[in-house]
Design a protein around this ligand. Structure first.
Ligand code: CA
Length: 436
């Protein structure tokens, strides 16, 4: 069940960190997302974003600044990734978040010890050691758009409205925002005049704008997670770009699904927004048309507010735009609340066969698309499978991504009466393929 907003969500609450009180910040005191940073090649540390700064949790613990915490929580704050914190479960994270909110609140005297690090001075790292990665296909609009390209008569397969579809992805090639993405090489469908498949750099490199769900406490092997407890196992959310090579994917995907067309890279935003920070932005999930089947009992939720009002935007900047100092162009924006399957349903379905989820596992939503072309979350959809180009302000055209292109995802939550919170950016620039 979702909880009620409390003092940490109070829209009037301000911080003594001035940059957290500006209108345009992603990281007001109401947010407090967790990440891992590195300063001057030193040991990675866990931090919490506040305005243009990061609270160094190691410094806080070492100087007894967040002292009223269980020893297990303190130990987890000193780790070099978020896995230990995630494993502690939501009540521990909620306590830590409340103490951080109190520490940073404007009427609190800032500690003598410097606990803040400027974001500009650090490198953000992958926040989690990700053991397993599963990518869902939860947007019915995306599934329909893609289905139409391949099967105009039957865009949605008959299982879609009954079962959350997913594939097991690759964890080792998940990278943090700003990591360059090498164009993948691979086998491609034989050209019209050829008998044999081709091999070479992908000519149809695409992005997919998605939301990532980080698992907190896991479940023992053989013990499914009931739908009413599914969100207890969710630590928080981030942005995901599931880079996709459409030509490699098209040739390899039958009969076992995506493989090398996806596994070359997946980018994540560095900050994980906790489920606790998202409380004011809970909303009803996608309303199924009356003719649609009801979810089977194990996927049926009692709670009304199972959706999250989270908007994901996609921006593109070519190398030439970067060189000429032209800002990125907005490609699309779509809402996480429009997904056919909710976060809880994805978690419960994933464990319904007894599969064990572990702290730090990543589930991604699948491309999030709405119903109109300005809400489509991939170039496959926007350019109608490479048939209708996008015009860039430089006069360039794009059917798929060119070397030097930079894709940036941004995400935010807003609701009347609450302070808007942001997810930061998930960015990646395409580099030419390494062909030797
Ligand atoms: Ca995907």
């Amino acid at each position: 069940m979702s909880s009620l907003p409390d003092t940490t969500h109070d829209p009037h609450r301000q911080s003594w960190v001035a940059s957290a009180n500006t209108l345009d910040t992603d990281f007001p005191i109401q947010n407090l997302p967790f990440g891992v940073f590195q300063r001057h090649q030193s040991q990675p540390r866990i931090g919490v974003a506040i305005g243009k700064h990061i609270v160094d949790l190691s410094i806080c613990i070492q100087h007894n600044i967040l002292d009223d915490l269980p020893e297990l929580v303190k130990a987890a704050c000193l780790a070099t990734n978020l896995n230990q914190l995630m494993a502690l479960g939501q009540p521990a994270i909620k306590t830590l978040r409340h103490q951080l909110s109190q520490l940073l609140e404007i009427s609190t005297t800032p500690p003598e010890q410097q606990i803040l690090v400027p974001m500009a001075d650090v490198k953000m790292l992958l926040p989690v050691q990700i053991g397993n990665y599963t990518d869902f296909y939860a947007s019915i609009n995306h599934a329909t758009n893609v289905g139409k390209l391949f099967r105009p008569d039957q865009p949605l397969l008959s299982n879609y409205k009954h079962i959350p579809i997913a594939y097991h992805g690759r964890a080792s090639s998940i990278v943090v925002s700003d990591t360059p993405i090498y164009r993948p090489q691979g086998q491609q469908h034989p050209a019209a005049s050829e008998k044999l498949p081709g091999f070479g750099p992908s000519q149809r490199l695409d992005y997919e704008g998605e939301v990532g769900l980080f698992i907190g406490q896991g479940n023992p092997l053989g013990q499914p997670i009931a739908i009413d407890h599914a969100e207890d196992h969710l630590f928080g959310l981030c942005l995901v770009n599931d880079w996709s090579a459409r030509d490699i994917q098209a040739w390899e995907y039958q009969p076992l699904g995506p493989f090398l067309g996806k596994s070359f890279a997946t980018s994540l935003s560095p900050w994980v927004v906790t489920l606790d920070a998202l409380v004011p932005f809970r909303c009803p999930s996608f309303e199924r048309p009356v003719d649609d089947p009801q979810p089977l009992p194990y996927l049926k939720m009692a709670d009304d507010l199972t959706g999250i009002k989270l908007t994901v935007e996609v921006w593109l900047r070519s190398a030439q735009m970067l060189q000429e100092n032209i800002p990125p162009i907005h490609l699309s924006q779509a809402s996480f609340a429009q997904l056919y399957w909710t976060a809880a349903q994805m978690i419960t379905h994933h464990t319904s066969n007894g599969c064990n989820l572990q702290p730090g596992d990543l589930l991604a939503s699948g491309t999030i698309s709405g119903t109109t072309s300005d809400t489509w979350g991939s170039l496959l959809e926007i350019t109608h499978q490479g048939k209708k180009p996008i015009q860039l302000p430089t006069g360039e055209q794009r059917f798929f991504l060119a070397d030097g292109d930079e894709i940036s995802l941004r995400g935010y939550c807003e609701a009347p009466g609450y302070k808007k919170i942001g997810f930061g950016e998930c960015r990646g620039q395409v580099l030419s393929a390494v062909t030797k």
